[in-house]
Ligand binder design. Structure first.
Ligand code: BGC
Length: 486
């Protein structure tokens, strides 16, 4: 496929839908929504299914934690392997593998005859989620033109919350019949859909260039994005690739990048140890303890306080993050989360002395509901999306992919530890103390953000790197002096 000057000067015309929207970009958006919602669905669905599984398989507290948390363990492993897989086989094939694993795992979950098949299937689902959660956003970031890249990346977070909401709705519809197998099995459908759509999509121009397939890269760029000077843009991409190729894992841990890496890891870990997934996974259980006696009441309370509020508040963040800046959103959110958690702790402390007798939600139940809304809303417009925005911004281009993988792995690791221990901690020290620990960790996060996290609002990725370098120089100067005689 020889390139002529006349050919590169003619703007490529991608296929349009409704005469306006670029068809293939729309499909890229669909892929992001699907990978995000798969992740969200599986995060959310267990909250409604757990009580029925516990009854069916006579699960101890530890086994309830294993059933819940092994999705995150699988996702941790999947996310660690996903980068290599997406580089070797391509982003598109990595998404297909993620979708297949997800569908197989979901089938296994829904047919599981006993606990261990269920646990293994949860791990397989998580493995698929982990791969898709890296390959999907990577695919979108590489496919989308820079003018809409931010929107594509933030729609991933929105998709997670939509997945959680869909899971809550399916829990509500299916819980009166106790149909937990169907709750878990329903996620086969989006898994299969992801596989089918991904099979119809090309890989990204950047991946084709890496693989030495310039003709395919050119065809894809013209088809998906279009516009003038396709060859010129491919040349720029090729130059960027040359800069990032040959980067080793040890480069991520180089002393000059250490501060950025710690900020990335800190954000990822604090996002989890402030309790979000404990609340999401165990929300029905929290509501049942707070006086919502029927499974139906519990799931309705969950749909409102977790599902809907999460989606709406995330929409606010996506719209405001560039206006208000990252740190003000984080501060406000962390204050709200602390207030919500202290109120949940207080209502449980009250509940301990005045146990509910059944017959509909008690005053404590209503207070817990409101406190949960405050907590989830505060998370969803702050730590939820802003952490991922910052993690995508703070690393230099050269090591961004690998450094983001490290931060993501820490995020899954922290999510695993929290969900694998939450019930046991609650049994050991009681609900009020458990929620107070999460509240205390919100306060720690607040001050850590204040001291360690840079404001990136309105800065280009290059300016952010310059700011790190200046900071390091300022710190290095007195050190160099004091170590001059070493
Ligand atoms: C977190 C997930 C969490 C979700 C809730 C994401 O930013 O990484 O662990 O389940 O937000 O909306």
């Amino acid at each position: 496929m020889a390139t002529t000057t006349a050919e590169s000067a003619t703007p490529a015309q991608p296929k349009l839908i409704f005469g306006r929207f670029r068809f293939w970009l729309f499909m890229v958006g669909l892929v992001v929504i699907l990978t995000g919602s798969l992740f969200g669905y599986d995060q959310g669905v267990i909250s409604g299914a757990l009580q029925f599984i516990t009854k069916a398989f006579h699960l101890s507290t530890t086994l309830q934690e294993v059933v819940t948390s092994w999705v995150t363990l699988g996702a941790l492993v999947g996310a660690l392997l996903a980068g290599g897989l997406a580089d070797r086989l391509g982003r598109q094939r990595a998404m297909i593998i993620g979708g297949i694993l997800f569908a197989i795992g979901a089938l296994g979950e829904s047919l599981a005859p006993g606990t261990w098949i269920l646990v293994i299937s949860r791990f397989v689902v998580g493995f698929g989620v982990g791969i898709a959660s890296v390959a999907g956003p990577l695919y979108a970031a590489e496919m989308a033109p820079s003018s809409v890249r931010g929107r594509y990346v933030s729609s991933y977070q929105l998709a997670i919350t939509i997945g959680i909401l869909l899971a809550d709705i399916s829990d509500a519809i299916l819980s009166p019949g106790g149909k937990w197998r169907l709750m878990l099995g329903l996620s086969i459908a989006p898994g299969v859909l992801l596989v089918l759509i991904a099979m119809a999509m090309p890989d990204t121009p950047r991946w084709y260039l890496r693989a030495g397939r310039r003709a395919d890269a050119k065809k894809t760029l013209a088809k998906v994005v279009g516009g003038p000077d396709v060859d010129g843009r491919l040349d720029t991409m090729q130059a960027e690739l040359a800069e990032t190729s040959g980067v080793k894992w040890k480069d991520v841990f180089a002393p000059s990048l250490r501060r950025a890496l710690w900020v990335g890891i800190g954000l990822a870990v604090f996002q989890q140890v402030t309790g979000i997934n404990a609340v999401i996974y165990y929300s029905d259980k929290i509501f049942s303890l707070a006086g919502f006696t029927t499974p139906h009441d519990q799931t309705v309370a969950t749909i409102i306080s977790v599902g809907l509020v999460n989606v709406l508040a995330t929409l606010i963040a996506v719209a405001w993050v560039d206006k208000f800046g990252r740190k003000p959103l984080l501060y406000t959110g962390l204050i709200g989360m602390t207030v919500g958690l202290v109120a949940i702790a207080a209502s449980f402390a009250f509940l301990d002395r005045h146990p509910t007798t059944g017959g509909g939600p008690s005053v404590t139940g209503i207070v817990t509901l409101i406190a949960m809304i405050v907590y989830i809303a505060s998370f969803a417009f702050s730590l939820g999306p802003v952490v991922w925005t910052l993690i995508a911004e703070i690393f230099p281009n050269r090591i961004r992919g690998k450094a983001m993988a490290v931060a993501t792995a820490f995020n899954w690791g922290a999510a695993f530890i929290v969900s694998a221990t939450f019930l046991s901690i609650m049994n050991a020290i009681g609900e009020p103390a458990t929620f107070l620990i999460f509240a205390a960790l919100c306060v720690v996060t607040f001050f850590w953000v204040k001291v360690k996290v840079p404001e990136t609002k309105g800065k280009s990725l290059e300016q952010i790197q310059e700011a790190w370098a200046e900071h390091d120089q300022a710190r290095q100067a007195p050190k160099t002096l004091s170590h001059a005689t070493d």
